[in-house]
Each structure stands twice: as structure tokens, then as C-alpha cells.
Design a protein around this ligand. Structure first.
Ligand SMILES: C[S@@+](CC[C@H](N)C(=O)[O-])C[C@H]1O[C@@H](n2cnc3c(N)ncnc32)[C@H](O)[C@@H]1O
Length: 254
């Protein structure tokens, strides 16, 4: 199976790809939330909530160890927190772009006594500073596609999950048929133009459609997950397949 990962323009290798992605997100961090909601007409909120609902049983366990990796400005984390009982173990919310993470931390670090909260962690998804077999759940929203090496990301998640621990990867997809064609026009032409206008920068919103085009389609991702030590691998399309949730569990015996 060929290894794939994000390939931002100009990056010659994985280290450069990761650096370019981190710099890009730091640069757009001040406008990220505004643009996200604008460009998705707020549908992103439904996707985060739906993803969180899917993991309600584990989120409901007060002692469950949970990581939101590539948490960015923290909206996925906030959706997960809604299902955490008062006084539950804090969620770990990690990202390698400090500009994104610091904005997230303002949202999810908690304020009221007893309220569930998350702890920010500046970390690279491909080299997590966490013990092997220590997590019950890893969730990542719109982050996995940006990793410099998808296979290495799946292996690293597998390492830190407990046997039977669950994984959820929410990301964009390319729908087929007529809708797919209309969406491609929006995604490749309209969205970069709006992004450029609001953000004042050219690169990031050109990168977005390219990165979605470069991301393995569901059948391939599912094969990659199964080959990386996961079982019960599945994909649930959201909003006609514009986005979708991959789910899997770390195989009990690797
Ligand atoms: C599109 S944003 C998504 C943020 C948030 N999860 C959301 O749903 O809005 C992608 C995030 O992934 C982070 N990211 C990309 N590659 C990463 C890596 N290797 N390690 C940690 N974070 C990474 C970026 O810094 C960025 O904040």
C-alpha cells in the first residue's frame, strides 16, 4: 500500500509538509472560526455534534481517557464536552499550531466549578507525548487530512489507544454525481475566493480543495485503517457525503 499524506505547495518532504501546515494554520487562526462557519453555512456545527453523539457511551464514562487531536480552535472539543458528566476526567485537546490551540483553550478550559473541561496540549499527532495503550477514545475533526503521513498517523493513534479503544475521524469527502460536480465548483472556485477576501491570504484556501482531492476515498481509507491494526472499520457519510465520519476500534490483539 503506498503511503500518502498532505502535500502543501512547495513542500519537498514530510517535515516540510508538516511545517507548512502548521505555519498556515497559525496564520489563519484569527479568522478561522469566522471563515469556517461562513463557508460551511454553519453545517459544521451539525457535523461536530453528530460525531460527538456517536461516542456518547464512552463520553459518558467519567474516567474515560479521551483525546481530541488536531483540536484547532476547539469546536469539536466543545461538542464532546457536552456529553461529559460533571467532574469527569478532563479531555486532552491537542494541536501543533499554537495560534489555533490558544484560541481553543479560551473556549474549552472551563470556568464553572464541577463543569467538564479540556486541557490544551501542544503536540504533533505523529509523535504524541502519551503512554502506549492509555486512551479510550481519540477523535479528530478536519485534521487528519492535514497529516504529512496518514499511515503513520493511524499507527500512532493505534499505539496510544487501549486495546478496544475507539477512533473517530471526521473529515471532508468528495461526493459523486451531479451534487459532486456542483460542490466541486463551489469548493475549487468560490471557497478560495471568499477565503482570500476575508483572510487576506492566498494559500490556505487554495490548499483546502487540493488537500481534499488528495485524501484517500472512503474505500481506500478503510483498507488503510484495517491494515494499521483497527477492526470494526466503517464510514458514515454526512450531508450527501460532503463530509463523513470514519470509526474503528483498536484491535484487541495487535
Ligand atoms: C482544519 S483545522 C481543524 C480544527 C478543529 N478540529 C475543527 O474541527 O475546527 C486542522 C487542525 O489540525 C492541526 N494539525 C494538522 N496537522 C497536525 C499535526 N501533525 N499535529 C497536530 N495538529 C495538527 C492544525 O494545526 C489545525 O489546527
Amino acid at each position: 500500500m503506498t503511503t500518502t499524506g498532505a502535500k502543501p505547495a512547495g513542500a519537498e518532504n514530510e517535515a516540510e509538509a508538516a511545517q507548512s501546515v502548521r505555519q498556515m494554520f497559525d496564520a489563519i487562526a484569527p479568522r478561522y472560526d469566522l471563515l469556517n462557519h461562513l463557508l460551511s453555512a454553519n453545517v459544521d456545527r451539525l457535523w461536530w455534534r453528530r460525531t460527538a453523539r456517536r461516542f456518547k457511551p464512552v463520553l459518558g464514562q467519567p474516567d474515560a481517557a479521551i483525546l481530541d487531536i488536531c483540536c484547532g480552535t476547539g469546536d469539536m472539543t466543545m461538542a464532546l464536552l457536552k456529553h461529559r458528566p460533571a467532574g469527569a476526567r478532563p479531555i486532552l485537546a491537542a494541536d501543533f499550531a499554537r495560534g489555533m490551540l490558544s484560541r481553543g483553550a479560551r473556549k474549552f478550559s472551563g470556568s464553572r466549578p464541577g463543569e467538564a473541561y479540556a486541557v490544551p496540549l501542544e503536540a504533533d499527532a505523529l509523535h504524541l507525548p502519551l503512554r502506549s495503550g492509555s486512551l479510550d477514545l481519540i477523535v479528530t475533526a478536519f485534521g487528519f487530512r492535514n497529516l504529512a503521513n496518514y499511515e503513520a498517523g493511524l499507527r500512532e493513534f493505534n499505539r496510544v489507544l487501549k486495546p478496544g479503544g475507539q477512533l473517530g475521524i471526521l473529515d471532508f469527502s468528495e461526493p459523486g454525481g451531479l451534487l459532486g460536480k456542483a460542490y466541486a465548483v463551489y469548493f475549487r472556485r468560490v471557497l478560495p475566493a471568499i477565503g482570500r477576501l476575508v483572510c487576506g491570504k492566498d494559500g490556505p484556501y487554495n490548499y483546502l480543495p487540493t488537500s481534499v482531492g488528495n485524501f484517500p476515498p472512503p474505500a481506500e481509507m478503510l483498507k488503510l485503517m484495517a491494515a494499521s491494526g483497527y477492526e470494526q472499520c466503517g464510514w458514515q457519510p454526512y450531508t450527501f457525503g460532503i463530509a463523513g465520519l470514519y470509526t474503528a476500534a483498536r484491535a484487541a490483539v495487535a
